[in-house]
Design a protein around this ligand. Sequence first.
Ligand SMILES: Nc1ncnc2c1ncn2[C@@H]1O[C@H](COP(=O)(O)OP(=O)(O)O)[C@@H](O)[C@H]1O
Ligand SMILES: [Mg+2]
Length: 233
Amino acid sequence: MISIQNLTVKYAQKTVLKDFSLDMNRGEIYALIGPSGSGKSTLLKALCGILKGESGRIIYNSGEDLSIGYVPQLYGLLDWKNVKDNIYLPLKLKDREKNEKEISDILHSLEIEDILNRYPKELSGGQRQRVALARAFILQPDLLLMDEPFSALDAFTSQVSQKLFLKLWSRYKVTTLFITHNIQEAVNLGQHILIMSKLSGKIVENITNDKELAKETRFQFINQVTESFEKLI
Ligand SMILES: Nc1ncnc2c1ncn2[C@@H]1O[C@H](COP(=O)(O)OP(=O)(O)O)[C@@H](O)[C@H]1O
Ligand SMILES: [Mg+2]
């Protein structure tokens, strides 16, 4: 279990998250949806340490250090480094051993082994997104945070990327918390769908998504999530 407890984050005088708490089962995917400005990106930034929380803590069951992978909105690739250097950067920063076999499997799964020498500006949106996924999965973090990872893609590319993400996720079972604006995407990927309220910066609904749902009930389920969401906006 990964437990976020009583996280409070402020920008100057403005409190965005107040006593935010969430328990996540290891190896599961959590989709976070919520109105614009409700503090979703702030939450991820605080969890990965880019922003300093005022108070709160993250507890990891075994008491070890929690390694966190973060894919920022629009991916955060470094324009002046080629794809290969972008992907290897976290390993370099953490001075971690490279497992070349593992890395080449990941690159192969994401179909990016032929573009390693290109620079980010020479890539399509979908390719950039897959490079960012590779960078995150290579670290095999205990917790993967992704800020609207599929939002900037056209519908088709987004579907392909979601499928590739699930393929990698099934292999590594990384606990994932990702933000989306797209309810269909939340339902496709999230085993848990979290709805954040604008006012309190808290999770107001935590809906379990049963992957075994029959098609008809799945449609009702999407309606149910949509209705919960509509109440907030
Ligand atoms: N660097 C910042 N300085 C001051 N206020 C910020 C900063 N970043 C975000 N905010 C404010 O914090 C609130 C939450 O923002 P954010 O976490 O980006 O929301 P979301 O990702 O849910 O759209 C918003 O009101 C936003 O204007
Ligand atoms: Mg955001």
